[in-house]
Structure formats: C-alpha cells, structure tokens
Design a binder for this molecule. Structure first.
Ligand SMILES: Cc1cc2nc3c(=O)[nH]c(=O)nc-3n(C[C@H](O)[C@H](O)[C@H](O)COP(=O)(O)O)c2cc1C
Length: 279
C-alpha cells in the first residue's frame, strides 16, 4: 500500500496532532491511515447489536497480515461471543462491564502448542521452546497481530478496548477456553458498536521529547516533558469529569505495590503451570 502524503500540513493534521499531544507536532504528511491512528481511543460503552457477518474473519485477516518473528506465527485468537462465557471473562477481569455489553471479545493467545505439535509430527524435541525468549516471541507476535485487528476494527467504525486484566488469572482463562499446554491468554480485545450516547475522547500522550531519542538515549528533556504531560492529563481528566490526578500519580498508583498488580505478580509461576518453561 502506498498512500501518498498530502503536503503541506492540512488543518486536519494540525488538529489531530495537537489533540493527541495537546501541543503542536509537525507531521510530514497526512492520509486516512494516519488520521485513523491519531484518532484512536478505547471504547468502554457498547450497543449489544451483533457484528456484520464476516467481521471476525476480516479482523483476523488483518491480524494474520502482521509481521511475525521468523514466520513462526506463534499466536492464536479465540473469538468469544457466548454471553455466559463473556460473563465469566468479565468476572475474571474484575467485573469489566464492557465485556458483557459488546457482542465479541477476541482473546489473544501466546501459542507455543502449535510449534510443539509440528515438532511432534516430525519426531523432534524443540529445545528452543523452553526459554523466556520464546515466550516473549509468542507474546510479541500476539500483540502485533491484535493491534492490526484493532486498527482494522476502527477502520470499520467499530470500537475496541484491550483487556489486560485477563492476566489476573490466566489459568482460569485457559480452563474456560480449553487451551492446550503451552498456550496462554495474554490479553483480550473487546469489539463492538460504540454506544454513541457515551462520548469518547483522544487521550493525550507523552510529548515526543520524553519518548523519542536521537542516536542515543537522553534523560535531559524528561522532567520538563513529564510536567507538560501531567498538566495535559489533568486537563483531559477535568474535561472527562474524572477525579483530578496527574499522569505521574496514575503511574505511581498502578505500580506502587504488589496489590496493584491484582494477582499478576505470580505470572511466572502461573505460566509455568500452563506448560511454559521460562529458562
Ligand atoms: C495490553 C493492554 C491492556 C489493557 N487492559 C485494559 C483493561 O483491562 N481494561 C480497560 O478498560 N482498558 C485496558 N487497556 C486500555 C488502556 O487503559 C488504554 O489504552 C490507555 O488508557 C490509553 O487510552 P486510549 O486507548 O483511549 O488512548 C489496556 C491497554 C493495553 C495496551
């Protein structure tokens, strides 16, 4: 795909960049892909209407088109529409109501079971499976595939939200979805028709000075960039009628103690029980 860039800076591009960063950022060009990416927002209120036939297959075609480490394709996805099963996934995720509301949750699996099955057929033992590197490879493959599906869903006018809270209890998810040994859910992706009565907004991101380094990493501009992001986040939360809190305070709360990890501090042991050896 070669979508031509439209020079110079149309007003739409200037607006989209400043919505994302709450400050001007020059873009080299503008096209529908960039417009869609810069307009991303998670959706947490859905209409119950079913998705058009073929939607899951369309999203998976986008997912399958993502790059994959060494072409191993170490991911799978379980499409869950059954209300009882979604209800159970919502419970595992700490009661997240949008999992019950939306007609679909895609559960993304770091999947080394298929590689092992291929090797079994060939009568080979894969020593390479039993390392943290290989689990990470599978988790990265799953994440890249899922993000392609998210972009595809948004391009169809659908809403999405990731559900990392499935990692609160990956063993319960594995039982519910009948996952084989060496397969684990890394996150879910809720997909549905956004309830337009509930407004969503583009959430500001860290200024590029905090995340973009040229040639070597530099911490020099960090404090000032974070202060700007704290102010942007506070403004965003006020507009959304959310309790006042800076980005720095949110970050600290999320990682301050083990309780904030909601069970995920035992992930290594759980993964080992699911058949992953993290050597
Ligand atoms: C891996 C991952 C897991 C996430 N898990 C959850 C979740 O369990 N529940 C939820 O409401 N949002 C979840 N999110 C969404 C983030 O909260 C959201 O992307 C972030 O606040 C930025 O907001 P935005 O997506 O609207 O730009 C998750 C996002 C990612 C990437």
């Amino acid at each position: 795909m070669n979508i031509p860039l439209t020079p110079p800076q149309p007003a739409e591009a200037v607006d989209a960049a400043s919505r994302r960063y709450r400050e001007p950022v020059p873009l080299a060009g503008w096209n529908p892909v960039l417009a869609s990416l810069l307009d991303h927002r998670s959706v947490r209120a859905y209409r119950p209407d079913p998705l058009a036939p073929g939607t899951v297959e369309t999203l998976v075609a986008a997912a399958s088109s993502a790059p994959t480490s060494s072409n191993i394709q170490a991911w799978s996805v379980v499409a869950v529409t059954d209300p009882d099963r979604r209800d159970r996934l919502a419970e595992i995720a700490g009661g997240q109501e949008h999992i019950r509301q939306a007609p679909l949750i895609l559960v993304w699996i770091a999947d080394l079971a298929r590689a092992e099955a291929v090797a079994d057929t060939a009568g080979v033992t894969l020593q390479g499976l039993d390392y943290t590197e290989t689990f990470l490879l599978a988790a990265i493959d799953a994440a890249l595939a899922a993000q392609n599906a998210l972009i595809a869903a948004e391009s169809l006018g659908l809403g999405t939200v990731y559900i990392g809270a499935l990692r609160n209890d990956p063993k319960a998810v594995a039982e519910l979805l009948n996952l084989p040994r060496r397969a684990a859910a890394v996150f879910g992706l809720v997909v549905g028709h956004p309830d337009r009565k509930v407004e969503t907004a583009v959430k500001p991101r860290l200024p590029q000075q905090a995340v973009l380094h040229h040639e070597t990493y530099s911490t020099a501009p960090l404090a000032e960039a974070i202060a700007r992001h704290d102010r942007a986040t506070e403004a965003f939360r006020a507009e959304q009628s959310l309790p006042p809190q800076s980005w720095s305070a949110l970050l600290v709360d999320r990682l301050r103690d083990v309780a904030a990890l909601k069970g995920r501090h035992k992930l290594r042991q759980t993964l080992e029980r699911l058949g992953f050896i993290l050597g």
